[in-house]
Design a protein around this ligand. Structure first.
Ligand SMILES: [Zn+2]
Length: 297
């Protein structure tokens, strides 16, 4: 029997036993498009040891939350290995958020999700005191624990059973390991100021199939509660920032050199000084510092 068939038998066997489900309908078989594949449930792991032989030659779906949704991908190598564009996301996906726990003590938002000058801020920043406990927002499994000196500092990524992934960055210390199963509310790290950070804070991201969305769509940071326990991810609302991302991807910059002025830069790229001023939020008389980036598209 082929590995594919063995895997399908395993999936169908498990289908009736798991508690979570999601409203995307991954097709197990071309003739079986109505079948909902059920998501992994951490509490159910121990009950299924005897069924492991069904899938021993395939991806270990027991340890890969939301495996079908993520096309069985489970890697600690990259934050977003999925390469799924927002345009290609399903129109509406049900996310079961019933086990939510707010991730820290503070509800003080120090920086919002959204456009920055030359890059996009894919998370929300929340004030912490160094050493504050940071908790997993939903149950799932730790996919990445890593350190980026010029970026996230100490950070971790959890794949949740409900299909979301969350990122916790600039930590003092991570207290869990890759492949560790966590429950919502488990202490996973201590807040800090590591990496590219100008003060102690938690950089918190929520991603779905690799694409970050504004955590305020799901969480009311004032009250530390969810807006709703059942959340539907939609391209229209959840990813309402898609236009900004597209515009940013198309943006082009000129690095100011000695002797440059706005007229010269405008001529070079076939635009007007007025357009440059609007794009860069500067006045025609602004002094251009050598090395500064001027957006021309
Ligand atoms: Zn941030």
């Amino acid at each position: 029997m082929s590995n594919r068939k063995l895997f399908l038998i395993g999936c169908l066997f498990l289908g009736g036993l798991f508690n979570y489900s999601y409203a995307i309908s991954p097709v197990l078989d071309e003739n079986d498009s109505t079948e909902f594949f059920e998501l992994d449930d951490i509490d159910a792991h121990k009950d299924f040891v005897s069924t492991k032989s069904f899938v021993r030659d395939t991806v270990d779906i027991y340890s890969n939350p939301a495996c079908e949704l993520y096309n069985y991908s489970w890697t600690s190598e990259r934050l977003n290995p999925y390469r799924i564009k927002i345009d290609s996301l399903p129109d509406s996906v049900f996310i079961n958020c019933s086990d939510f726990v707010y991730p820290l003590r503070s509800n003080h938002v120090t920086s919002n999700f959204g456009m920055r000058k030359y890059r996009y801020h894919y998370g929300i920043d929340l004030g912490v005191k160094i050493g504050d406990t940071i908790r997993a927002t939903f149950g799932g499994k730790v996919r990445i624990v890593d350190y980026e000196r010029k970026g996230y500092g100490h950070y971790l990524v959890i794949r949740h059973n409900n299909g979301l992934e969350t990122v916790y960055a600039h930590l003092l210390e991570v207290l869990v390991n890759v492949n560790q199963t966590v429950k919502a509310g488990d202490i996973i790290a201590l807040g800090g100021n590591t990496g590219h950070s100008t003060g102690p804070h938690l950089h918190y991201e929520i991603r779905f199939l690799g694409n970050a969305f504004n955590p305020t769509k799901l969480i009311d940071f004032q009250t530390k509660k969810l807006h709703k326990k059942d959340y539907y991810i939609t391209k229209k609302d959840t990813y309402s920032h898609a236009k900004e991302l597209k515009a940013m991807a198309q943006a082009r910059y000129h690095k100011v050199r000695p002797g440059d002025n706005l007229s010269k830069i405008a001529r070079r790229y076939g635009v007007t000084v007025k357009q440059l001023c609007k794009l860069n939020k500067i006045s025609p008389n602004s002094i251009l510092r050598v090395g500064k980036k001027i957006r021309y598209k």
